[in-house]
Design a protein around this ligand. Sequence first.
Ligand code: ACM
Length: 545
Amino acid sequence: MKKLFLIVSLFVYGSTFAQMNSVHIVPAPVELKMHAGSFSFNRSTEIIAGEPAMHDAKMLNVYLNKLYDFSLPIRSKLPESKPGNSIILKHLNSNDRKDAYRLDVNSNSIIISSAGNEGLFYGIQTLLQLLPETKAELADNTFEIPQLSINDYPRFQYRGMHLDVGRHFFGVDFIKKYIDYMAYNKFNTFHWHLTEDQGWRIEIKRYPRLTSVGGFRNGTIIGHYPGTGNDSMRSGGFYTQNQIKEIVKYAQDRFITIIPEIEMPGHSSAAIAAYPQLSCFPGEPTAVKDGTAWAGSRVGKQVQQAWGVFPDVFCPSEYTFKFLENVLDEVMKLFPSKYIHIGGDECPKTAWKRSAFCQQLIKEKNLKDEEGLQSYFIQRIEKYLNSKGRNIIGWDEILEGGLAPNATVMSWRGEEGGIAAAHQKHNVIMTPGSYVYFDHSQVKNTDSVNIGGYLPLEKVYSYEPVPKELSEAESKYVIGAQGNVWTEYMGNTSKVEYMIFPRMSALSEVLWSPKDSRNWDEFSNELPGIHKRYELWGTNYCKTP
Ligand code: ACM
C-alpha cells in the first residue's frame, strides 16, 4: 500500500510533491487508497465534532498545540451549508468495533469516523502523521494533505510497552511523554514496573517507609555490573498517590490502560529494607555480592545498589500476605485496570530452603518443594485479587509448580512459557527477550553501556507473536505482545528514548498491521521520515541503521 502511495504521488502537481512524498503512517494502516488532489490544511481549518466526539476534538487540539504551537476552533454542530475547510469527527452509532476507524481526505474536508472514541483517537494519531514533519512548514501558510481513504483497525487487542522505574526513577513529566509516544504508535497498554530491589516507587499510605526508606538508595554501581566503583550518590524518588491518579487519567484520555506491577516474591529488597519482617531472616543484613562497591551503611536491610537477582525475598508468612493485601488494596483504588501484574520472576529459593518456617509450611500445605511454595504464594495472591474482581498477570516463572487458575502469562524467557500457557488455555502476552527487550543494544558495536545482547530494528520488525507451535484454536490465547524497557543502564530519559526508538515503532506494526502487509524494505525506506517525526516530537532516537 505504501508503494501505491509513492506511485500516486508522482502524479501530484509539483509544489506539493515534496510534502506528499514524505507521508509515513506507522503503524501501517490496514487499507490505504490514494486519490488525486489534496486538502488545504491551515490555521483556519475548523474541527467539527458533536458531543460524543468532543473529547477527541479536544485531544486533537492538545496534540496540535504540542507539535505546532496552535489549536483550531472547535464547532459542535455541522453548519447548514456543506462544511468547508474542516476536520469532521463522527462518532457513529453502530455496533462496529470501537477501535476501528475510517479517515477520508477530500478536497474540502477530512472526515474521521468510528463507532468509538478510541477509534476516533487512532484516526487522529494517523491524521497527525499526515501533517507537516516540521513546524516551519506550517509557519504561516497552507499545507497540502493528499486526498486518500483509510480503513484501519488493530490486529492484536494487547499492544504493550513496559517501563522499569525501579532501577532508575523517572518523573511525572517523562511518564506522560512516554504515554504520548505510545499513543502516537497506537499502543494501548502501559505496563508500569513500580517496585524493584533498587527502589519502591509508589506511595502506599499504610506503609510510609516503603517510599521514605525503600524509595532511595545510597549509591549506584558505576559502569557495567559488577561495576568499577560506586557513585555514592543518594538517588531515587516515588510517585505520590495524587501523581498516580493524574497519570492514570492522562493515560485514560489517550485510551491507554496502565497495568501496575507490584513484584513478588522476588525483587523485593527495597520493600524488605523498609519492613524487614517481610524477610524470612529479618535480623540478617542485606547480602552484598563480592566485587560490588557499596556506599553508606551495611547495617541491617538496605536498598540494593547493584543489578541482578538477590536471595532475600518475601517470606510466605501471614505478615507478608496481610502486607501485600493491604498494599494491593491501595493499588487497586488507584488503578482501574482489570489486570494487576504481580511479577513472579527470578525468585531464588535459597532463603526458603534454609527457613524452618518455609519447610514447615511446605509440609503443612502438602507442597512438593520450594517451587510448589512459589505456586502457593502466587495462587493465594491471585485468589485475593480475583475476589476483588481483578486478574493477575505474571512472568512465565508462575508456570513453575502449577499455574494459578485465571492467570495471564507474560512469556519473557523465549516463547516456551507462552506456548505452555496457551496449551493450558491461559491468555498469553509475548515479550521474548530476543525480540522485544529494548534494553539490549540495537547497534552491533554498542556505543554506550548496556545490559548486553543485540537486538537490531529489523529483528524487532520480523517478530511474529503467534508461535507456529500453536493450533488455530490455541492462537487466540495470544492476546498480544509488549516491548520491555529495563533501566539498569538507562540513567536518564534521553537514554530511554534512544533505546526505544525506532524499535517501538517497528513493534507497533507487528501489533497493529495485518501480518501479510508487513514489509521490512518499505519500513526501512521510511526511516528518514520516521526520524523527522521523532524530531518534531522532540525525542531522542537511535539513527542506526
Ligand atoms: C524479566 O526480564 N526478569 C522479566
